[in-house]
Design a protein. Structure first.
Length: 94
């Protein structure tokens, strides 16, 4: 049963990931900037994951050292992801 649940969740995840251009491209054609599209994409996913973790009552406490590591890795991920998506979108849509 757990394997079936995992397969179904993976299918839902991949399907929603594949639908990103369906919503992003029309928004960008209407003048919404790529930065805004990315911000809302990550903000919505953070809210959904946060709500899930709160509903499951997951302990989210971390140490100060863990916070520093997460802050640095998050900043590196955000800057690299932003740059690569920006260059990719410019290459594809200009």
């Amino acid at each position: 049963m757990r394997q079936l649940k995992g397969v179904l969740l993976a299918m839902i995840s991949s399907s929603t990931f594949g639908l990103i251009p369906l919503f992003a491209l029309p928004a960008m054609q209407e003048g919404v900037g790529l930065d805004s599209v990315l911000f809302y994409r990550f903000a919505i996913s953070a809210v959904v994951v946060g709500a899930y973790l709160l509903l499951r009552r997951v302990d989210l406490r971390i140490t100060l050292k863990e916070f520093g590591t997460m802050f640095l890795l998050g900043g590196a991920y955000a800057s690299l992801n932003e740059n690569y998506e920006w260059y990719g979108a410019r290459y594809l849509y200009e």
